[in-house]
Design a protein around this ligand. Structure first.
Ligand code: UDP
Length: 328
């Protein structure tokens, strides 16, 4: 299949691109490289362009005879979305509308969209099912929810087939392709802890140990990025015009911040000093997926579900690439 991946040079997008590339699909990453990395894309498969450049998007869809889109391109830092919502609403929502317009003009009617568990806000029930109320608590979550609504309306009116895949905590790195996680600035727990193991940081700050969880630290569902990638491929294969899928992607198991740090100690052999600091604004105590629907609908099961195994894949990449991708 000929597939365009917006944000295909980013963390999850590049893992999906390589997974599809290895399976023999004709993939094209469309990325403005403001956060993505040229080196993360399979050779010769990058179109440098912005979501707001509708003409360029349309040209890429036509030139490469694209049959479906995977839409990863977005700003995804919760904290910055609070201090700079304008950038988030503009890039995420307006950018997506531009993409949907270009797809309509070029007669591309299938899309797999990166949504997020942040659309649930603070859930009433954990594990979280898809019927949990979607009530985001930050601008990032609102932008993703707004896009889910737009997709539903476009599906109804224009026969668009879409999947909204609500990720929990994407983590780890590919074991088959030369790609991993490199954000600037880095804010995610696992890469930050691994920077301590690499001697680049003295210690890791733990944001709160007074949550109502067994060890007092927040619990998250760390889903391996390659498992996310295979779910995207399965979702794409399911999509027909006008069909809708809304699915949680997680392992169904939670790990606390302390358990993640301990897993990093085991994998790296480094003592990883910690400092307990105050809570980070907007962090719910526990986010764990009930992924039964994705398991059944997509016939999909995550393969790498043990937190130490997930960390080991990340550690492999960080050891080989201690400062991330080479800067251009
Ligand atoms: N966290 C932490 N210290 C850090 C970064 C993250 O204690 O330096 C915690 C954070 O509060 C959350 C969990 O680790 O409970 C995962 O955070 P991350 O930013 O990786 O992902 P998020 O859950 O925000 O998507």
């Amino acid at each position: 299949m000929n597939v365009l991946l917006t944000g295909g040079a980013g963390y999850v997008g590049s893992h999906a691109a390589w997974t599809m590339h290895r399976a023999g699909h004709d993939v094209w990453a469309y990325d403005n490289l403001c956060e993505g990395h040229r080196q993360a894309v399979p050779e010769g498969r990058l179109v440098v362009g912005d979501l707001m450049d509708r003409a360029k998007l349309e040209a890429a869809l036509r030139e490469h005879q694209i049959e479906a889109v995977m839409h990863f391109a977005a700003f995804a830092n919760v904290g910055i979305s609070v201090t700079n919502p304008a950038e988030y609403y503009q890039n995420n929502i307006v950018g997506t509308l531009s993409l949907l317009d270009a797809m309509r003009t070029a007669n591309v009617n299938r899309i797999v969209f990166s949504s997020t568990c942040a659309t649930y806000g603070t859930p009433e029930q954990v594990p979280i099912t898809e019927s949990e109320k979607q009530a985001p608590i930050n601008p990032y979550g609102f932008t993703k929810l707004a896009i889910e609504h737009a997709l539903a309306d476009y599906a109804h009116a224009y026969d668009l087939g879409y999947a909204a895949l609500r990720y929990f905590n994407a983590s780890g790195a590919s074991t088959e392709s030369p790609i991993g996680e490199d954000h600037d600035p880095e804010t995610h727990l696992i890469p930050l802890v691994l920077q301590v193991a690499l001697g680049q940081r003295d210690h890791i700050k733990i944001f709160g140990n007074d949550y109502p969880t067994p060890d007092g630290t927040c619990i998250r569902d760390y889903i391996h990025v390659d498992d996310l990638a295979t779910a995207h491929v399965a979702a794409l294969e399911k999509l027909a015009p006008g069909s809708q899928l809304k699915l949680n992607l997680g392992t169904g198991h939670g790990a606390s911040v302390m358990q993640v740090v301990e897993a990093c100690r085991q994998v790296t052999g480094h003592p990883i000093p910690i400092e307990i600091v105050g809570r980070r604004e907007g962090d719910p105590a526990e986010l764990v997926a009930d992924a039964t629907q994705a398991n059944q609908t997509l016939n999909w099961q995550p393969k790498c579900t043990d937190i130490e195994a997930v960390v080991a894949t990340a550690w492999q990449w960080h050891q080989k690439n201690p400062t991330g991708y080479e800067k251009e």
